[in-house]
Design a protein around this ligand. Structure first.
Ligand code: FES
Length: 155
């Protein structure tokens, strides 16, 4: 079959969708769910703009086939702080406080990757954060502030 049925949870809600077997998680999120916070940079696993969490682990949405996600739990930037009047996630607030972006295109991926980094405990030093955030490219060169934001969120 060239398409498959997949049941997955996206930002806390369970869905069953029929997907073309070649569809990436990135395209599923953006085109089917309208979750355009997850960005398409390279579409080839090189930039990290498409980073989301699958079962609390960081993945590149562009390299992940949607058909592989039956039963999975996906969290995107939209799901970090659901609802209009909720406080920002601590790492979102830290990005604001530290001014950790310029154009902002890589920011959702940076934040999702940073949340993964925090969950994984790879935040012992600025060097460790840089290493474990190395899959996320920022053309504006905000790396120092991004590291500071992750340190702030770590508390
Ligand atoms: Fe997925 Fe660049 S768009 S890594």
């Amino acid at each position: 079959a060239s398409s498959s049925q997949v049941s997955l949870t996206v930002n806390g809600t369970r869905y069953t969708v029929t997907v073309d077997n070649r569809t990436s998680l990135l395209d599923l999120l953006r085109e089917h769910f309208g979750l355009t916070g997850t960005k398409k940079g390279c579409d080839a696993g090189a930039c990290g703009a498409c980073t989301v969490l699958v079962d609390d682990r960081r993945v590149n949405g562009c390299l992940t086939l949607a058909v592989r996600l039956d039963g999975a739990r996906v969290t995107t930037i939209e799901g970090l702080s659901p609802g209009d009047n909720r406080p920002l996630h601590p790492l979102q607030q830290a990005f604001v406080d530290q001014d950790a972006f310029q154009c902002g295109y890589c920011t959702p991926g940076q934040i999702m990757s940073g949340v993964g980094c925090l969950k994984e405990g790879h935040t012992g030093s600025p060097e460790e954060i840089r290493e474990w955030m190395s899959g996320n490219i920022c053309r504006c060169g905000c790396y120092v502030k991004i590291v500071k934001a992750i340190q702030q969120a770590k508390g």
